[in-house]
Design a protein around this ligand. Structure first.
Ligand code: PLP
Length: 366
């Protein structure tokens, strides 16, 4: 052997592809490809972030006490059941690292979040893909994939890239159908966007069940994607296992300060929620009007809409046309939806602009 050989399962990982922010020719355009907050960040969070500049020589608190206490207080949780990480991505990886290994099986849905497959493969586990039902999570299909080797089921609810939402009853049915030794990870990255304060009961399950982990993030609703703060809620035994493999200082002082301030800025959060609900509905309605041309918006409870192109205008052509018009969205051939674009709900101008550009392309395609 002439060089170190990566484990074979590592080379089987298809690298994560982040949302783009520039066009093919390098122009800077409106970025609607990563589900970031179009209204920016809470001014209170920005201020807290800046104030942390006076403490750059210090290590962060490795037990995250203040963040856990503030989260526990806000949501009525036990701080001992909270873990935090470098984005919720880190928590998703910690779950696989602590609970799955070579030969174990990890289930997620076909139109799912790319990180689950990477997290599973990274530890040598076998990804098992459950089919969806018209783009929505299909509990029976997931349960049918369970074998004696299953160790983890990952579900994003609402789901990315589809935006679909599995109800509390569906999640309860899924949980009831899983053996207690299978970890159910409920990824709540978009939970704050669900209409009418509905929720899937995940936090209540995680408070009592020995096998449920809920993950949450400051990257979306709280507008702090740059600062990489996520957290998780589960039984003390699950949390304790994940702590053993966590990087001790995975979140920064400035990011933590920003997150704590963002949690307290209910005005910013409510403003974001109302903006998103309004323009998500408006945009979905616009797409519905293009139904004759084969466009369809999958019903979304998140901060983006999956638009399917089933007529003359293809998703690829629309992706390029939107880029020419100044908008980068997410085309999804890598996620099994080459006929779909995932479009983040932007500012009013951006959302109207995307709808206008799509309408023009539809008319041109005839
Ligand atoms: C954006 C997103 C996350 C959040 O990632 P962070 O690491 O917290 O920024 C997690 N899960 C899903 C499904 C997402 O879309």
């Amino acid at each position: 052997m002439s060089a170190p050989e990566p484990k074979p399962w590592i080379m089987a990982i298809a690298p994560y592809i982040p949302g783009r922010s520039t066009t093919d020719d390098g122009r800077k355009v409106a970025k609607l490809s990563s589900n970031e907050n179009p209204l920016g960040t809470s001014p209170k969070a920005r201020e807290a972030f800046l104030s942390a500049a006076s403490r750059l020589e210090r290590y962060p608190d490795a037990s995250g006490t203040e963040l856990r206490d503030v989260l526990a207080d806000k949501y009525g949780l036990d701080p001992a059941r909270i873990i935090y990480g470098n984005g919720s991505d880190e928590i998703l990886h910690l779950a696989a690292g602590a609970f799955a290994g070579p030969g174990d099986e990890v289930i997620f849905v076909h139109y799912g979040f790319a990180v689950y497959e990477i997290a599973a493969r990274r530890v040598g586990a076998v990804p098992v893909i459950a089919p969806d039902s018209d783009y929505a999570t299909d509990v029976d299909a997931i349960l049918a994939c369970v074998t004696e080797r299953t160790k983890i089921v990952y579900i994003a609810n609402p789901n990315n890239p589809t935006g679909t939402y599995a109800t509390k009853e569906e999640i309860a049915r899924l949980h009831a159908g899983l053996r207690p030794d299978i970890l159910l990870v409920l990824d709540h990255a978009y939970a704050e966007y669900i209409e009418g304060d509905a929720e899937d009961g995940g936090m209540a399950l995680a408070a009592t069940a020995p096998n449920v982990l809920v993950t949450r993030t400051f990257s979306k609703m709280y507008g702090l994607a740059a600062e990489r703060i996520g957290w998780g809620y589960a039984s003390p035994a699950i949390i304790e296992a994940m702590h053993r493999i966590r990087l001790p200082f995975s979140i920064t002082i400035a990011g933590t300060a920003a997150a704590i301030a963002a949690l307290g800025d209910t005005e910013f959060v409510e403003h974001t929620r109302a903006h998103n609900a309004k323009w998500r509905a408006w945009f979905s309605q616009e797409i519905a009007q293009l139904g004759n041309a084969g466009l369809r918006a999958v019903p979304s409870q998140a901060n983006f809409v999956l638009v399917l192109f089933e007529g003359k205008l293809t998703a690829e052509a629309a992706y390029k046309g939107l880029m020419d018009a100044g908008y980068i969205v997410r085309w999804l051939p890598g996620q099994g939806v080459p006929h779909g674009l995932r479009i983040t709900v932007g500012t009013e101008d951006e959302t109207r602009g995307v709808a206008t550009a799509l309408r023009a392309m539809v008319e041109k395609a005839g």
